[in-house]
Each structure stands twice: as C-alpha cells, then as structure tokens.
Design a protein around this ligand. Structure first.
Ligand SMILES: [Zn+2]
Ligand SMILES: [Zn+2]
Length: 396
C-alpha cells in the first residue's frame, strides 16, 4: 500500500478552501493498527455532509478536506485482533470510524452517542492526531465495521441516509405492521423511510413541497398517500388543525402520544407548547446509528431486497454532483461513485496504482446483475460511454 506513489499511499479528491472545489490529492493513510481493517474503496456515496464540510459551512473545516462517509469496499488487510473480517470481505463504513468503545453507549451498541465523542470519518481527529480523510479516495484504514453481500454501489447510501431513518424507526417501534408513518420530504432520507415503512407493513403518507414527486411516491415507492405540504388546503384535508409554523402543523397530524422524529437539520425548531402537551406528543432527534443497528439494517435490506434509488457517477463528476445536491437537482439525493475511476487520467500509462485497481472493476461486474433497475447513469454519461471509460482505464 505504501508504494502507490512517492508522495503518499492514497489517491483522493480534496477541497483546499471554502470554495469547496474538489481536485486530485495524494496523501498518506496511517498504518494498520491491531484493531483496524484496511479497505480498498470501491464506491462512496455523495451526501449533503460532503457539501457542509468542503464548503466550511460549520466553520470547522480542516483543509484539505477529503469528503465521503458512505464508504464501501473490499478488505485488503486486517489487524492482529480482528476476527470478524477477513481479506476479501465486502465491507462498509459510515459517518464515524471510532469511539471510546468503553462507555455506557458504546457498550450498548449506540457508539454514535459515545460519551467521549466519536471520530468522524472525515474532518475528524484520528488516533494518531492526523485529520481523518473520507471516501473520495482509494483506500482507508478503520476499526472493524460492516460486512455484507449487497450490491456495493447501492450499499453506500445506506451507511448514512439509510441508517439515519432506520434507527429512529426502530427506536420508536415503527416496524410494527398497521402503524401509520408520515414522511416529511422525499429526498435521500425520505425515500428510504418510505421503503422501510412499506417493508414493515406501515401505512405511509408522504408530505412533500413538490407535487412533481407525487407519482414517484405513490407508484415507484409504493406510498399510500401523498400530501403537498406547502398547500394549506390539502393539509387541512388531512387534519383541520393549522398553525403558523410547520412544526405545529406536523405535530397536529400526529395521533395522541405520537412522535415526530427529527433527522434533518432545520435552522431552528419553533413550536407552540400546546403541540407537545395536548395529546402527550414527543419531538425527538437522532443521528445515524450504531454498528449493530447498521448491520441489522444491511441484513434487512438484503433479505427484503430493498435498494436505495441511486445514480452512479464517476468521481470526475464529483464537483458537479455536489453542485446538483445544493440545487436539489438529485432525485432522492443518493449518488454513489465507483472509486476505481478515482485516479486522474495521466499520460504515459505508468500508473501502477491504476493497474492495482483492476480487481475492483471485476468485482463490480460480478455484482452488476444484482443491481436494481433504478441504477442509472447520469450527467449525460450513457452506460455505454461509462463502460467505455472504464475499459479504457484497464489499458493504462
Ligand atoms: Zn451523510
Ligand atoms: Zn464511548
């Protein structure tokens, strides 16, 4: 691994400043520790978190930022203490790579709420004091995580978008058939909530500000009802109560003792206390989930053949992909790129690293038949051209 180039052992794409523009970047991953696995990254999902930190929207970006926290790939090497994984296993990594593993929450399988704080997959401080770098890169070194037999491109968005909705649904027992689930917003998170809801036998109502999503919500995702949440008349059809603020409006739609589980990030939460008091209602929040729950979700998705609707793009389109995320020009928001295309095109064909990437292409081909029909190629990149680009890389 240390021989990929003279300047470092890993190729990635990094933002250097708050413009957020990504460009090729070579760096060195830390050495494999006794509890680590090293993963050859095959795909990485594109998440709005990538926009947040590459553009320093929280004011804490540690440049250069290599984003990406929906990582899937193949185990390259395992540390001496690792027993769950072996070389060649397909694995995934979500939004964080480490925690104290000794507190009440870590011991209870909710590592993400570790008392001592978690180490984020990128823009976090690693055990060796360096800044963690994410999945827009060729390989990574992390503590042991998630194995699975699932199409890798489709698995990537589950590791952030999927678990973000799965975890609160399980916590609030929204996996019991016959219950009613309202899903506000039909992006990357929302469309997964609909899929999980239908798989659990729930009655699912989608609230979206865009009527254009009605057809997809009902016929493609199988939702039972669709309500345009910006249309007050339609909202009143569902429930006569109304309020000045949408939180009050949505709280009013809950049955008594119901829960509004917040997984998005509005700028503030404002609501009338009566929205909580009358009917003993709850507003709760959560972020992603622990490794045990992630594994459970992956197994559930594999058993029920639940796949995120994704677009597959080469990493050279990463800047455009992030722009599209900002403009909300991504259906369901989930994108996943095959990282074997990550090395910038160079003349002369001397890149050993690219030659090393070939096995991943074969791996992808093995999985291609299992990829759901929603697997599409975008940005004017036809499948034929995409495959041609890949095959040309094999000759380098
Ligand atoms: Zn994310
Ligand atoms: Zn802990």
């Amino acid at each position: 691994m240390n021989s990929e180039t003279a300047e470092g052992n890993c190729h990635g794409w990094a933002a250097r400043d708050p413009s957020g523009v990504l460009s090729p970047y070579t760096f060195t991953r830390r050495a494999l520790g006794s509890d680590d696995v090293s993963i050859k990254i095959t795909h990485c999902g594109v998440c709005y978190g990538d926009v947040v930190w590459t553009r320093n929207k929280h004011g804490d970006a540690l440049y250069p930022v290599v984003p990406g926290h929906e990582i899937v790939g193949i185990v390259l090497a395992v540390g001496s203490n690792v027993q769950r994984f072996k070389v060649g296993d397909p694995v995934g990594v979500g939004t964080y790579v480490n925690s104290c593993r000794d507190c009440e929450f870590c011991n209870g399988g909710r590592d993400v709420y570790c008392e001592k704080g978690i180490t984020y997959t990128f823009n976090g401080i690693d055990v060796d004091g360096t800044v963690t770098k994410g999945g827009y890169s060729t390989f990574t070194v992390v503590h042991n995580r998630i194995p699975d037999k699932y199409p890798l491109a489709s698995a990537a968005p589950l590791l952030c978008a999927g678990i973000t909705v799965y975890s609160p649904m399980m916590h609030h027992k929204m996996n019991q058939p016959g219950k009613s689930l309202g899903v506000v917003g039909l992006g990357g998170l929302g469309h997964m909530a609909v899929k999980f809801g239908k798989a659990f036998g729930l009655k699912v109502t989608v609230f979206s500000t865009s009527i254009s999503k009605k057809e997809e919500a009902l016929s493609l995702l199988g939702a039972d009802n669709f309500v345009v949440s910006s249309d007050q008349d339609q909202m009143k059809v569902v429930d006569a109560a109304s309020g000045d603020h949408s939180f009050d409006l949505f709280m009013s739609l809950l049955k008594n003792t119901g829960v509004l589980a917040l997984v998005g990030f509005p700028s503030e939460i404002k609501l009338n206390p009566a929205s909580l008091l009358l009917g003993m209602k709850t507003i709760s929040g959560s972020v992603v989930g622990g490794p045990k729950e992630i594994q459970e979700m992956l197994d559930f998705c594999a058993a029920k053949e639940i796949y995120p609707n994704i677009e597959v793009i080469p990493i050279q389109y990463a800047n455009e992909a992030l722009e599209r995320l900002i403009k909300k020009d991504v259906k369901y928001r989930c994108m996943s790129f095959p990282v074997y295309n990550i090395v910038p095109h160079e003349k002369g064909g001397k890149s050993n690293s690219r030659r090393k990437l070939e096995p991943k292409i074969r791996f992808e081909e093995q999985h291609s038949t299992a990829v759901p029909s929603a697997y599409t190629y975008t940005n004017g990149l036809t499948q034929a051209r995409y495959l041609k680009e890949l095959s040309s890389m094999k000759n380098c």
